[in-house]
Design a protein around this ligand. Structure first.
Ligand SMILES: *Cc1c(COP(=O)(O)O)cnc(C)c1O
Length: 422
């Protein structure tokens, strides 16, 4: 794609964008009477306008039916997780019975490690990326200790080479091979929250399996952002949150993937609750846990209907737009942002993009290392109606979301980057 830095080019790209009408289905925070330039979908996605209606339907259902709401109407609460399954499977490339929405992300990481991290004296290591999101680090550290190992011995982190910002796939593979016979679990992010690097999940899965380990992914920054084929890749398990690119609102519920090769194995150990119990017998209130087949058999509690309703509203828009179309636009939109930033560099400014240049190795986010004035730049952007985020010591994360961002948003942002120095 040949980009141009002009306003006319950005306008033309927006006019030709087959997804352009989705923008008007989201609420943008306002700044001085106009839409902010919102580049923070990596942290909290915007509110889809239909969310209010979906939640109100459930309030109405509760007012009208009380407890009978569990069994009545188009979306009885008893089965509510099923009304998100098809859309969720589309997002992550799974069979419907391989996914379920439940709990929140860190909780699910723990639950999945209960099943997929069962260390022995010989095989006890977890391999992960250095600089993983802190919650993941704490979860892994505490799991390792819970099993009587020390993080120093049991956690192996793959780091960038000196002078580099991102990981090389060959280094990830070499590390897994090196610790092969001692490795119980390979647990990686899908897209790293700081650098925006999208890892080669297929290769990581293959090598993890070759050494006899389970392979799982935290897809918080990947779900709704990049194309995933969890089923075809043979990934053992994955989990993600819904409030970043998936726009389900603050504290929104988490999604879980468990490959069918495990999901239909009732003997796999797990922490159980009544909502994972065989549906047909759930209300017989008998002893003896019989898991439902598929990922649903890992559920503990009944669904949090209001946050699930918000998530259902947001997911329905993804199914309407489709992931392949979103990804196609995303590569152009992020490519355009990269082009505009590099253009500024030619004019003597210094923005170093640490996110990989290859579109196959990133999602929509670009992480930009700034010079010494980085914090002032960030404050200047904020004062001019840009919402993005700042990560110490000097990185600005910019995430143009294909669902609601436009090429004109990107151009306006780059103009602000330019006027800061001028
Ligand atoms: C956002 C994020 C989290 C947050 O976890 P919650 O349990 O939803 O608060 C965890 N891990 C990663 C990688 C994230 O990006």
């Amino acid at each position: 794609m040949q980009f141009e830095a002009t306003a006319a080019f950005a306008r033309k790209m927006d006019e030709q964008d087959p997804l352009k009408h989705f923008r008007s289905r989201y609420y943008f925070p306002q700044h001085e009477g106009r839409n902010t330039l919102y580049f923070c979908g990596n942290s909290l996605g915007l509110q889809p306008k239909p969310v209010q209606n979906y939640i109100e339907q459930e309030l109405e259902h509760w007012r009208t039916h009380g407890v009978e709401g569990h069994f009545r109407g188009e979306h009885p609460w008893m089965h509510y997780h099923k009304f998100l399954q098809q859309q969720t499977a589309h997002i992550v490339g799974a069979q419907e019975h391989e996914v379920v929405v439940m709990n929140t992300l860190t909780v699910n990481l723990h639950l999945l490690m209960v099943t997929f991290y069962r260390p022995t004296r010989e095989r006890f290591k977890i391999i992960m990326e250095a600089g993983a999101f802190p919650s993941d680090q704490y979860a892994v550290e505490s799991q390792v200790k819970w099993h009587g190992f020390t993080p120093e011995n049991a956690i192996v982190e793959v780091s960038p080479r000196p002078g580099e910002e991102t990981l090389r796939t060959e280094d990830i593979i070499a590390t897994i091979e090196q610790h092969g016979s001692e490795t119980a679990l390979v647990l990686f992010g899908g897209v790293n929250y700081y650098t925006g690097q999208f890892f080669d999940l297929q290769s990581i899965t293959d090598v993890g399996h070759r050494v006899g380990a389970y392979v799982g992914f935290d897809l918080a920054h990947a779900a709704g952002n990049v194309l995933l084929k969890l089923h075809d890749w043979g990934v053992d398990f994955a989990t993600w949150c819904s409030y970043k690119y998936l726009n389900a609102g603050p504290g929104g519920p988490s999604g879980v993937f468990i490959h069918e090769k495990h999901g239909n194995n009732p003997t796999l150990p797990r922490f159980a609750g009544w909502w994972g119990h065989d549906e047909a017998q759930r209300f017989q209130m008998r002893k003896g846990f019989v898991p439902m087949p598929g990922a649903a058999g890992w559920q503990l509690s009944n669904a949090q209907i209001f946050s699930f309703a918000a998530h259902r509203a947001s997911l329905d828009l993804f199914v309407e737009a489709t992931m392949p179309a979103l990804r196609k636009k995303s590569e152009q939109l992020t490519g355009f942002l990269e082009f505009m930033i590099e253009n500024l560099n030619q004019n003597g400014q210094r923005f170093k993009i640490i996110t990989p240049k290859n579109p196959a190795e990133r999602g929509c986010q670009l992480s930009v290392l700034t010079d010494a004035n980085g914090k002032q730049l960030f404050d200047y952007l904020a004062a001019n109606g840009v919402i993005c985020d700042w990560r110490e010591p000097n990185v600005i994360r910019l995430a143009p979301a294909p669902m609601y961002n436009s090429f004109q948003d990107v151009r306006e942002l780059s103009q602000l980057l330019q006027t800061f120095r001028d």
